[in-house]
Design a protein around this ligand. Sequence first.
Ligand code: BGC
Length: 814
Amino acid sequence: MKHPELISQLTLEEKAMLCSGKDYWHLHGIDRLQLKSIMVSDGPHGLRKHNDKKDKTDVMGSVPAVAFPTASLTACSWDEDLLYKMGQTLGEECLAEKVSVLLGPGINMKRSPVCGRNFEYFSEDPYLAGKIAAAFIKGVQDKGVGTSLKHYAANNQETRRMTIDTVADERTLREIYLAGFETAVKEGKPWTVMNAYNKLNGTYCAENDWLLNGVLRRDWGFDGVVVTDWGAENEIDKGIAAGQSLEMPGSNGLGAKKLVAAVNAGTLSEEALDARVDDIIDLLMKAQDSLTDCEYDKAAHHEIAREIAENSMVLLKNEDGVLPLKPGARICLAGEMAQHPRYQGAGSSQINAKNVDCALDAMLKAGAGIVYCRGYDKTKDITDLRLLKEAVECAKHTDAAVVFIGLTEEYESEGFDRENLTIPRSHVDLVNAIAGVNKNTVVVLSGGAPVEMPWEPKVKAILNAYLGGEAGGEAVTNLLLGKVNPSGKLAETYPLKFSDNPSYYNFPGERTHVEYRESLYIGYRYYDTAKKEVKYPFGHGLSYTKFEYSGLKVSKKKIKDTDTLTVSFKVKNAGGMAGAEIAQLYVKDAESTAFRPEKELKGFKKVFLAPGEEQTVTLTLDKRAFAYYNVNIHDWHVESGKFEILVGASSRDIRLTAAVQVDSTAGEVEIPDLRAEAPAYYTADVQEITDEAFEALLGKPLPYRDEAPCRITVNSSLEEAQNTPAGKKINAMLVGLFRALSKGNPAQEKMMTSMALQIPIRCFISMSMGVFTEDMAEGLCQILNGEGTMKGLGRIVGGIGEAVKGIGPLMSSI
Ligand code: BGC
């Protein structure tokens, strides 16, 4: 306990009040202890601070702020210093707006390329994601502003994210889905961690004792605030007992009342409550300094956003040196995305950016000889033949054509997943047609996640711009023109086709649950073990110069698992332009009883080199670089034997190798051997994981073998009630309502509708800050289950009087 003195001065009611938010975005303070209330706001790629003085043109009523590139792009920088700088920059914006905690970064693994929120996450690899997140967190927090590492844990899809139960074995969780959080918590020390909406192995993350008190607090030493995702609370007393500290948004006194009642009834100990109150007091104390007045330089931050984008965008392909574009060349710039870029994702991370630049303007400003053709209508998937023809005619007569395509707003967002890896038909038609008439066709691809590229063989170069933030247009221009040398590398695999993805057979799961049957086989861990061809591998990215690797040395040929191993090698810029190379180190367990992926990333370094310059890179490996998680001893274990050290320019471009013998010091340990029971795990045959094999991995029977019939409770969503007569009517009404409210904005309509239909009924209470009461929720369930429509309606109508009182405070805080 850090603040026993202060806690002893609080009444039970005050303690309970502190554990539930004051409103949507504020925590309670305690005036008599000189602890002021603080505000938290979304990020993480810019500040989305709720604006009290809402102007209807502002995105979701947030204050203007600088939009930085999203996580899927910044991860491609593989540059911890850059992420630290981004964190510092955001920290300054928070200080200027008196925001004490920035709600990010998001670090969930990209289990499937179609997760609608992948743009907000870093990678398919926990090592890379963890390191990048830790650097970002340190950057923000060194400014005196907190972060919220989210969404803890196993929240890897948007479909039914608020009700789904993730079924996964402990080894998979520890090695993949928790490992990134672990690094970020231990190295970044975030002030807060945000738990996810979903259940994990049967229990909501918000009240999962194993996840919170066990893994997070006991195993990793986290001593900060665990905040619920907005509306993720189930039973607050269970949450507090399990290690959660704060319910958000606040429930207008309801949560506090329940906590007081639970302590008085003896079902929650006051010590357990005190421990969590201690977290909150500590946060309030750390945050008080963020409440002083200060300003930031918007123009300077815009420049930093550009620098981050330039150092992260990935040159996927560059045949015959078509890029950089030659000085004086005549260029057809085609595709509406050159003029109206997609530069950020949608949902809670959407920024009200005021200074968005586009490639069209930036190219003109740079004096490039361009002719712009719209090429397609960005709001439509079907091809506009007139626009297409105009672009093709133009491309026929220019030296090169740069075509801007990608995922438009309605394709990806928080709140729903994509259905496949396609982009609009009109974009594909444009590339194919232009590549047919101009042999120097270059594609600039935008979007937050991988897409299929059937057109790829026809084009000479591809620059993957992802979602580049408000200065992305200028960044693209500087890269195309060679003012900046590309240096980003993919933080995720681009598969050839959607069905190649290892989670394909179990995504997004059933009505109630999703099984992570493919286990450790996510991203390159799968593609490399299964020896499957991919379009662009993890870690891939080109430069306008070339790099040579040599002189791999390991400090010892044989080590104990308690020793560290130093690995060094040289990287040389053997081309004519200054540039940066991201050198990657993978470890392969040459022979093992436990199943292991072909290789795993265990180190990386981005080196900046002048032409002809050579640098020695030194990386240190410890036990974790060789270990797997052994569920028999609930600890990390190294299976003694030979390991290969693989150093290269991507997961599929290994340039140097060495071998080392690592011996375990753990004594007699039973190694999980599933070769007889679950052989598919040894060959990564993800399609062949039988119930029996998955049970062997889980170490228990499948929890959902016999799906229970659907009965609507407060934990069900309206979507689950779709087959009931009342549910059908209510849902149809909501669909119509959101169509009208979205005023022809299909992305917003899709997001709002899927969120509303998939939210559990109990969340109507917390999300409305208690305006919708518990009794009204029960009444609604009665109606949906056909168990007394009149009685149910009575309970809803009966609550309206109370509800009206809460509407004022609710409206002013959202
Ligand atoms: C999102 C969080 C976000 C929160 C507050 C939730 O729906 O999942 O990432 O921080 O809302 O806006």
